[in-house]
Design a protein around this ligand. Structure first.
Ligand SMILES: [Zn+2]
Ligand SMILES: [Zn+2]
Length: 283
């Protein structure tokens, strides 16, 4: 059966990743993925940082993705899609609308990294700020921004929801108060969610988002993709079997694919190997 498409990978244009699209396609061929998408960090008009491509990089980005599409077509796969990971930042809204129109994107991922001015919450240099601000307050800022990002209606996929836990900070109590408004916005705007396996490679040692979020999203009927967030070709399809088991156990039966921002679905495959379903979902 078809494996989920991996739609989240980055190139050297963002200056913190090391695979070109043609190399990601070759890695996908090796690990049996028949569809991938490249999703470089989009340029921003109002965010000042050094970890995204610039507007001037876009022509090269489009060329490199197109070259990978052609090369992979000659080699029997995978299908390569054109995407971008856009940062949600309220004053960038009209800029993001322009970007949306600027190329034949297959999908756009909307992600929250910035929770206030100059504070990208996943950046190790600001870890101390989480305790200074307070875990609850930090979570409130993060999830409020996530809800706004989704409610903007600009994106096809919400990227790595729950990123705020990256360094292991989680408030006490029922976390549904953070999750549910975002799930509602996903439904209202018909936006998909990703299980992002990079969380398993971080201090939090848990996929983004948490299983409780996933269970509630599955019941609500939110569409799903599974993504590696690869910053190197060796990470393509990383932990996909584990994520497929988790998705099934949380109640999902299919994942989506995107072509020119139109969504279709494919059933989740069965994965073998005698994995303990209960343990995988609640680890
Ligand atoms: Zn990145
Ligand atoms: Zn991201």
């Amino acid at each position: 059966m078809t494996r989920p498409a991996d739609y989240h990978m980055h190139t050297p244009l963002c200056r913190h990743a090391e695979g070109w699209p043609v190399e990601y396609a070759a890695a996908a061929r090796k690990c049996g993925l028949d569809e991938i998408g490249i999703s470089e960090h989009a340029p921003s008009q109002n965010l000042n940082d050094d970890w995204r491509m610039t507007t001037g990089d876009i022509p090269e980005y489009l060329e490199r993705v197109a070259a990978a599409m052609e090369d992979a077509a000659r080699q029997g796969g995978p299908v390569v899609r054109l995407g971008m990971e856009c940062d949600w930042w309220p004053s960038d809204r009209s800029w993001l609308e322009q970007l949306t129109e600027s190329a034949p994107w297959d999908y756009l991922i909307g992600s929250v990294h910035y929770i206030s001015d100059g504070w990208d919450v996943d950046n190790p240099k600001w870890v101390g700020r989480i305790n200074e601000t307070g875990i609850r307050e930090t979570w409130e800022l993060y999830w409020k921004a996530c809800r706004e990002a989704v409610a903007s209606g600009l994106f096809d996929i919400l990227g790595h929801a729950d990123l705020v836990k990256k360094f292991g900070h989680r408030p006490d109590g029922d976390l549904c108060r953070y999750y549910d408004p975002v799930i509602e916005a996903l439904l209202d705007t018909d936006t998909a969610l990703e299980i992002n396996t990079a969380g398993w490679r971080k201090v939090c040692d848990e996929q983004y988002p948490a299983s409780l979020f996933l269970e509630r999203a599955a019941v609500a009927g939110v569409p799903l993709v599974i993504s590696s967030d690869a910053h190197a070709p060796s990470e393509v399809g990383s932990d996909f079997d584990r994520a497929i088991v988790l998705a099934r156990n949380c109640g999902f039966q299919e994942t989506c694919r995107f072509t020119r921002r139109q969504r279709t679905t494919v059933p989740l495959p069965k994965v073998g190997g005698g994995t303990d379903l209960a343990t995988a979902a609640h680890a």
